[in-house]
Every structure is written in C-alpha cells, then in structure tokens.
Design a protein around this ligand. Sequence first.
Ligand SMILES: C[S@@+](CC[C@H](N)C(=O)[O-])C[C@H]1O[C@@H](n2cnc3c(N)ncnc32)[C@H](O)[C@@H]1O
Length: 81
Amino acid sequence: MTEFWKEHSKAATVEEMMLDSRAIELTEQELPEILSMLPPLDGCRVLELGAGIGQNNGHHSNVTFIQADVTKLDIPHDRYV
Ligand SMILES: C[S@@+](CC[C@H](N)C(=O)[O-])C[C@H]1O[C@@H](n2cnc3c(N)ncnc32)[C@H](O)[C@@H]1O
C-alpha cells in the first residue's frame, strides 16, 4: 500500500487521491452528501487517517498535520471521535 501511494501521489492532486480524472467534478457532487451523513462535530477533535493531500486545508488554524505511517501511530482511543 505504501509503495502504491508513493507512486500515485507524485502530483498531489485530487485526481490522484481519488484515482479518477473527474475527481473535482465528483467531489463537488458528492461532498455535500458525504458531509451531511456526519454527526454534529462542533467542539470535537477529529482524526483523519490517510489524509492524502490534506495540505489543501493547511490554512485552517485548528488543523494539525502529522506525517507518519498510521499503522505505527500510538493514539489514545478516547482522544478523537
Ligand atoms: C485514497 S487516498 C485518500 C486521501 C484523502 N483521505 C482524500 O479523501 O482525499 C489514501 C491516502 O492514504 C495514505 N495512506 C495509505 N496508507 C497509509 C499509511 N499506512 N499511513 C499513512 N497514510 C497512508 C495514502 O498515502 C493516500 O494519500
């Protein structure tokens, strides 16, 4: 898996992350529906594993990035929703 994503993350684009040349269009169509399925997250700490090009959200002051192999992270179970 690690080698696969090294090979397919060179341009760091949404198209690469979704393995689809229509990724931007699909994201515009699907993102509202996906987000509507989430529970209320106000005040919660949320952990996204495998954030891919999460750097797109680097402008948010409440986001922290960790570059690591998620299979080797030691994270307390009750720290995130
Ligand atoms: C399908 S992409 C999804 C990216 C992002 N979640 C999104 O929706 O755009 C999967 C991502 O998981 C990362 N990934 C896969 N295995 C990982 C691991 N063991 N540790 C950290 N990241 C990993 C890959 O590098 C890739 O960026």
